[in-house]
Design a protein around this ligand. Structure first.
Ligand code: UN1
Length: 507
């Protein structure tokens, strides 16, 4: 593989060809794709005309009508084949993720691994998806609950997990009997085209997948709006900012659709006096600086007990000083580029605001790795006197605010004292403190970890969070229920007609 940054368009072209994306799908279009690795324009992707979206959603709906009658384990076979395609394409697709959104090679591959993992989980689920039998108050009656496909599921994904988010939704939706219409981030259409091509390969091997079952809509905000407003899309799963989610949530609710929202995180970890500080240091480094701070699970606040503060924080500051920053394609640097100049400006603004609020900033400056069109930064560690100003916001960049605490109740209050509620963690070996953090009076987040960071969740658990994070759940546990409709059924197998609640109505 050639490794100079000027070869990026060539390498992308080769990977796309290998993954079955036709040249005309990435040339001559209106959507310019910029690689954050060096800021070069690497493709111009045609966008779907908004006038065509109704027809495409109609086709997806038709596909669902056919797919829902295919037995679920057979639907699982399609997802098994998809997982097989992803396994075969892991290196190429992982590399494409790195080239398109700037992740380190290991994180690019990790993202594809998450896709493979969710396919495995969905295949198993395809032989389950079970309901309940509920005791009836009436003689010779049975009450059951069963799950039917919901219909067309709309998926709106963000640049930072450009392909995995689709799979967390799509793998479940397909086994549940739904069709999927995907609007990927405008910043990452190439990886989406590649995944769509792999899904088509799996469909071909399966034979008889209705066309439209997996539909890709490349385009901007108007495309997203058409998807969000269409009554034939009963479920919309949207990942992105709280601002976006508020709009999507309201619009979907207006037509009584269901929204699965996975929005902003402002994730914190508490470091207690009994913490293993070496382990803590490594965990904080990965969670706060990995993916250049552009995960929704990125650690953004560190709440440190006053007895360990002076031991931990200087060590952390020196890790921030020495962390390797570089081209994710040509080096093995741990921190790659920000997605674009706007992300850089937002970071600088947050740092200026933090200073104004009394913060001491370590790092945060721009680092010239690949010229003026790419945005590499040294991650910033910011010691704050209090939780105010930008500390309460999600800035999608590598900024870690550090706060000091004296007792655990105060730490938990600080922890929960932000509008977001995605992920959280605590470091320590005192079981009372750990359990308090996990108790009803502890972390208010959808994810609460112990002795690890806030990011890097496995797909087996339900993924999502509370408050402004939106409340949605994707991935494992029983998140599949979000892609189905629940039906309660009462059955009378007797010869009389007893009414519930003892009501009499004899004619
Ligand atoms: C996201 O950033 O949108 O837990 C999701 C993690 C990953 C998922 C991140 N498994 O960090």
């Amino acid at each position: 593989m050639t490794n100079t940054s000027s070869s990026i368009p060539n390498e992308i072209r080769n990977i796309l060809a290998e993954l079955g994306v036709a040249a005309e799908q990435t040339q001559g279009g209106t959507l310019k794709v910029v690689s954050p690795v060096d800021g070069s324009v690497v493709a111009s992707v045609p966008e779907v005309p908004v006038a065509q979206i109704g027809k495409l959603i109609g086709e997806a709906h038709e596909a669902y009508l056919a797919w829902r009658s295919v037995p679920a384990p057979r639907r699982g076979e399609f997802v098994r084949l998809l997982g097989q395609e992803l396994r075969a394409a892991k290196d190429a697709l992982g590399r494409l993720v790195s080239l398109e959104v700037g992740k380190s090679p290991s994180e690019g591959l990790g993202e594809v691994q998450e896709m493979i993992d969710i396919c495995d989980l969905a295949v198993g689920l395809s032989r389950q998806l079970y309901g309940l039998v509920i005791q009836s108050e009436r003689e010779d009656h049975r009450v059951t609950e069963q799950w039917h496909p919901a219909g067309v599921v709309g998926v709106i994904s963000a640049f930072n997990f450009p392909v995995a988010v689709w799979s967390w939704n799509a793998a479940l939706a397909f086994v549940c009997g739904d069709a999927v219409v995907w609007k990927p981030s405008e910043k990452a259409p190439l990886t989406a085209l590649a995944v769509q091509s792999l899904a088509m390969r799996a469909a071909q091997k399966f034979g008889g997948v209705p066309s439209g079952l997996s539909t890709l809509l490349i385009g901007g905000r108007d495309v997203g709006e058409a998807l969000v407003d269409d009554v034939r899309v009963p479920v919309v799963s949207a990942t992105g900012s709280t601002r976006m989610g508020r709009i999507v949530g309201e619009r979907v609710a207006r037509r009584f659709g269901r929204a699965i929202l996975e929005l902003g995180g402002n994730n914190a970890s508490i470091v207690t006096p009994s913490a293993d500080l070496d382990l803590t240091l490594r965990a904080v480094a990965f969670s706060a600086m990995g993916t250049a701070g552009q995960r929704c699970t990125t650690m953004r606040r560190l709440i440190v007990h006053e007895n360990v503060y002076d031991n931990l924080v200087p060590k952390l500051a020196s890790v921030y000083k020495s962390i390797s920053i570089g081209n994710p394609i040509t080096s093995d640097a741990l921190v790659g580029p920000l997605i674009d100049g706007r992300a850089f400006e937002a970071m600088q603004q947050a740092l200026a605001d933090a200073k104004k609020a009394g913060g001491t900033v370590h790092g945060g400056e721009r680092v010239d790795i690949n010229g003026p069109n790419s945005f590499y930064v040294r991650p910033a560690l910011v010691e704050m006197p209090a939780q105010l100003g930008p500390v309460c916001d999600e800035t999608f960049a590598p900024i870690l605010y550090v706060l000091k605490y004296r007792n655990l109740e105060d730490a938990i209050a600080l922890h929960n004292g932000v509008p977001q509620g995605l992920s959280s963690s605590i470091f320590g070996t005192d079981i009372r403190e750990i359990e308090q953090f996990l108790s009803t009076r502890g972390s208010d987040c959808g994810i609460a970890n112990v002795n690890m960071g806030t990011s890097g969740a496995e797909i087996g658990g339900a993924f999502g969070g509370e408050k402004e994070t939106g409340g949605g759940r994707e991935s494992g546990s029983d998140a599949w229920k979000g892609y189905m409709r629940r039906q309660t059924s009462a059955m009378n197998y007797g010869r009389t007609l007893p009414l519930a609640q003892g009501v009499k109505f004899d004619i």
